[in-house]
Design a protein around this ligand. Structure first.
Ligand SMILES: C[S@@+](CC[C@H](N)C(=O)[O-])C[C@H]1O[C@@H](n2cnc3c(N)ncnc32)[C@H](O)[C@@H]1O
Length: 179
C-alpha cells in the first residue's frame, strides 16, 4: 500500500486523504504533505486525526483507575513513544502544519465508550509502543497485573469481559482543503 511519502495513487484522483492515529509516526511529514497535494483533486480534503489516552469517566473510583492507566501509558511505555507522540501527549498537535490555504483545527472532541475492563486492556495492548515494550520485555505480565489491579479496585466478582467501564478518548482533528 505504499508509505505516507509515496502514496500509490494517481495525481489529482482523491477527494479525501485521511491519516487516522498515524501521522505522528510519519518520519517525513513534509513528504506526506507533498503526496497529499499531488493526489488530491482541487477542493479535495485532508483529515489528520487521532486519540488521546483513555480517560475514565468521573466516579468514586475513577481517580485511582486513572492513575494506574496513566502510569502504564506514560511511565511503563515511556521509552517507546516517539518525540511526536510525546508532543501529542502534551497537546502539541499544533505541530501539524499542512501547507494548504484552508486549515481548521478542531480541539479535543470527546469520544465516549461504554466498554468493559477487557476493552481497556485490549486497547492498551494494541498500542504500537506496547508491542515494542513486549518485544523488549517478553516475560512481562504488566497488562495482566494492570487488569487484576483494576478489578481489585472495582471490587466486583464478574469477569473483566463482563465488567462495564465508562471511558472516553479525546480526538484531535485537523482538516485542510486544497484550493
Ligand atoms: C496506531 S496505527 C493506526 C491504524 C489505523 N489507521 C487506525 O486508525 O486504527 C498507526 C499506523 O500508522 C502506519 N504508519 C506509520 N508510519 C507510516 C508511514 N510512514 N507510511 C504509512 N503508514 C505509516 C502504521 O503502519 C500503522 O498502521
Amino acid at each position: 500500500f505504499g508509505t505516507a511519502d509515496a502514496l500509490p495513487v494517481a495525481d489529482e484522483s482523491a477527494d479525501l486523504v485521511s491519516a487516522s492515529n498515524a501521522a505522528h509516526w510519519f518520519e517525513d511529514i513534509d513528504g506526506f504533505y507533498r503526496e497529499v497535494n499531488r493526489v488530491l483533486k482541487p477542493n479535495g480534503c485532508l483529515a489528520i486525526y487521532g486519540v488521546s489516552n483513555i480517560h475514565i469517566c468521573p466516579d468514586s473510583k475513577s481517580d485511582e483507575l486513572q492513575t494506574m492507566i496513566d502510569e502504564f501509558y506514560y511511565v511503563t511505555l515511556n521509552d517507546f513513544w516517539t518525540e511526536n507522540c510525546i508532543k501529542l501527549h502534551k497537546n502539541y498537535y499544533g505541530f501539524y502544519h499542512p501547507p494548504f490555504q484552508v486549515v481548521k483545527r478542531h480541539d479535543w472532541i470527546p469520544l465516549h465508550v461504554r466498554g468493559t475492563v477487557s476493552d481497556v486492556i485490549g486497547y492498551l495492548r494494541s498500542l504500537t509502543p506496547c508491542h515494542k515494550y513486549i518485544k523488549v520485555n517478553p516475560q512481562s505480565n504488566v497488562l495482566q497485573e494492570l487488569e487484576d489491579r483494576i478489578m481489585r479496585v472495582l471490587g466486583v466478582t464478574s469477569s473483566p469481559e463482563q465488567t462495564p467501564l465508562h471511558y472516553f478518548y479525546l480526538v484531535y482533528l485537523i482538516t485542510a482543503r486544497k484550493t
